[in-house]
Design a binder for this molecule. Sequence first.
Ligand code: ZN
Length: 277
Amino acid sequence: MKKWIGIVAAGLAVTSLCGCTMFRGLNAEIDTLTLSPAMGGAAVTDVAAPASAAPTTDAPTTVPTTEATTAPTTEPTTAAPTDGRVYQGTTAKGYPIFVRDGVTYVETQYGDVILANKTYTLPEDYGPGGLTPECDAAYDELKAAAAAEGLSLWIVSGYRSYSTQQGLYARYCAQDGVAAADTYSARPGHSEHQTGLAIDVNSLEYDFAFTPEGQWLAAHAHEYGFVIRYAQDKQDITGYMYEPWHIRYLGKGLAAEVHASGLCLEEFFGVTSVYAD
Ligand SMILES: [Zn+2]
């Protein structure tokens, strides 16, 4: 018990650096390095392997071999990727998924959506340096809407760089050992905060969910382009404990769809959030 208290205390001490990771002790969002799959590539293959995806609609067995000669000219699907996209196939829900510069994206009708979770990593040099302009503007709108209701929202933790997370994690490992550190500190490259699209608001305590602000956020965040990323009943799927304070910017169209679906982002896209080791 003493050790846990020490760990929690250590987490609290670095609140300003670690954001939502810290206090949860057990919370995985912050997790660990050890599993870090070769940053990017390896993890991707986990997802796009639905057995049903393999067979195409071409029905090759019934196609006479003579037709094969004419087929090639009409199949330029393998055309060279233009902007560096390396397609990985589709997710279990049929969304095209690709990697560009080590970052994994899902293609949607609303645009490309960055994935950052236990399966999908971000490169060390990736990071907008702060909240993205879109996320920042959307948050301002969210905050103003809350204020109009007499509610106060503020940012506890927004963007966190790879190096910030790496430094924290290394320190925790030196202090408590890797196994213990992995239980309360995120591995660098796995935090959604590195995308500049995630924000922890107000309080990193679960009771936030029961405050007027927490309840308003849960009911209205999607109207401003955000979703409560780690839902209470989705821990086994998101890989993270319930975080009523952590919102992820998706844009209004997609956020509204995800919210209405009742699914977490992994379920919605049909992807995993599992460390490679
Ligand atoms: Zn967070």
